[in-house]
Design a protein around this ligand. Sequence first.
Ligand SMILES: [Zn+2]
Length: 166
Amino acid sequence: MVQTMTDSPSMDKCECGAAVGPLGGCVDYYHAILAEEQADPQMYKWHTVVVCAYLLQHPSKAHEKYLDVQFRLLQFYLDKGIDALLRLAAHQVARNKHRARSGYDMAPLAEYAPLPQSGSPGPFRAAFCGLPFKDGSFVSDGHPAYGCRIEIITEATVESWKTLQS
Ligand SMILES: [Zn+2]
């Protein structure tokens, strides 16, 4: 994506519009989450949600062709919950094992809103660089609290994108 003079980020603002936190911009929080969740299966439950929400808040880091599926996955998660999302992910993996060509089964996601085709949705009311990071951890107060914060970021992400719908 081409940056112009007018939309280049300032030093203390992330691409998503949020003020940077103690660790830096959202990209620094994102990498710290990915590192910590590798060693924590309970935290890893939210991996797909974290990836989709991060990319939808920072679309210049994303592959445009996947953003629509990622937007629908976040809506599916908000609608049906984390366990349903994990079952859906397992279903997709199993399905692709039995096919020569891999592809996403869009049927479970068909009822959700497609990604608006134009516009930039930020700022968001909750951002990754606002996540508390205590004692070198994102889950120092427990996994349910962490899950709640990721859910709030997800709601903020979907909400802002939906404002672009005509
Ligand atoms: Zn950001």
